[in-house]
Design a protein around this ligand. Sequence first.
Ligand SMILES: Nc1ncnc2c1ncn2[C@@H]1O[C@H](COP(=O)(O)OP(=O)(O)OP(=O)(O)O)[C@@H](O)[C@H]1O
Length: 549
Amino acid sequence: MNSYSDSFTTIDLTQSFEEEEKHVDVYLRIKGGVECSDIYAIEEEDTFVCELPETSTTISGNKNGVQTAEKYKFTKIFNSGCTQEEIFHATVKEKILNFINGENSTLMAYGTSGSGKTFTLVGTTEEPGIIPRALKYLFHSLPTLEQFPQAKPLPNGNAVILDNTQKLIEKQQSQSILKDLHAYKDHLLHEKAFSAMQQRLSRDPVAIVENLTPIINIWVSLAEIYNEQIFDLLNTPIKGQQRPRLKIGGLHNNTYIKDLKFINVRSGLEAYEVLQYGLQNRNRASTVVNMQSSRSHCIFSIKLVQGYDADNLLVSSFNFCDLAGSERLKKTMNVGDRLKESNSINNSLMVLGRCITMVRDGQYKKENKMPPFRESKLTQLFQRALIGKEDIQLMVNVNLSKDMFPETQHTLNFSAMAKEVIIDQAPVKVLNSSRFLDKDFDEEDTRDEELDELRDRLAEVVLQLSEERQQNQQRQEEAIERERQHLINTYKEIINIKDKQIETLKRENEILLKEKREREKAHLQSFFVVSSGSESDFEDELGVTESDS
Ligand SMILES: Nc1ncnc2c1ncn2[C@@H]1O[C@H](COP(=O)(O)OP(=O)(O)OP(=O)(O)O)[C@@H](O)[C@H]1O
């Protein structure tokens, strides 16, 4: 039974957002099609129970003998049989309405490699994931959008009204990108996929949004963090050229990706096509645990600009973040590029875990330590959400097969930490009061920017050094291997020559022996003939046949 199927939600943009203290929503999704180990159980809708093997250490620090099972509380648990539809309705649907109402939101999919993060967010044509459902829901809740964008979001969270020339330029840019997409061999596939999804989703209810403003524009972007470098996935890759790396701009908890392209879209299909185009450019590779493993963190952002005029614009963003999967190096047996990626993925997820733990400790124990947000690009970008100043949801994906126990336990411990973080977001200002105050950078801010710049450069140098070290090591290993091969070949050649010499000596020896025998025979023969008889008598005497001689 779908409790939502007949519901119509009405939201009013003139109402202010209700402020209330709450914890981060952490959902658990259990991967379908996998045989679950019997050490796990679900109690009610939100408690996950895990029996502990002898050697395991739990989040509460207890060892077995004292405690035999650990319980983890989630906002909601989606069992392996749950549909994509149920998951969308229980998690993101309401957030889309808040988004229309001006609230920023982030949904992160977390879990080990192959646990179903991309499946949950993007899904397949048959089973559309959260993002296509969110796009469909969003665009169906809004009126038909204007042909030309009227306002554009700025990286720092503000927006500007576009003049006629700028409108034309932006429109042309969107069109040229969409045209690029249409030249792409898979575009028809995506169009079909989205319309198939639309049909499947058409039974879903839509929200009726009242008091919409005359300006409503939607913009999307797609970025990836690969080996601690940020790339714009909507930049068409040029063969033989390195992709431009993007930098993080902004300060403290108001960071953004500098020069990231935002494309104006007017429908769910356009947005979905842009997403699919970008995903083709994402770093993927086949690993032992996933045939199509995402090797990067991928961030799909939707920005909604709404308002009346230049002084009354409201920008809200919805980020969908598909994290790269954590990996156990022993299990994946990765080498070379895959190993480098694994290290980078695991490191940034470890920093994410440390930040969340420290934010939680700061909130509960009032410890005043600064979480290490700057130690990874991911945490630097999502700092605001991670300290609880913005809405953030975590979709934790687990594969409950027996051989994944250590990974699952690690994921559950991570979730337990995240679940305790308190969200303390400021109320979203309603429209018709000026929402943003443009703050000039003061001296301290400038110094911070310079420091950021230096840190970036230092990170680049460290990365370069580690790459060089790896290359040197590889070169040394290759030289040692070449030397080894050379020695083996020389040794083989010497053995070969010696064998030949032995053969020659053997042959010479045989010849000498034969000659010796013949000399002895001749000697005896002459002796016999002289002393007693004929030559044939001599041969008879020796018993020598013709063939012998
Ligand atoms: N709930 C599910 N039901 C059916 N198939 C699933 C489910 N979850 C994942 N899969 C399938 O499992 C495979 C791996 O899933 P997916 O690529 O989403 O994992 P991932 O967590 O994103 O992995 P990685 O971090 O390596 O990119 C895919 O073929 C996907 O279709």
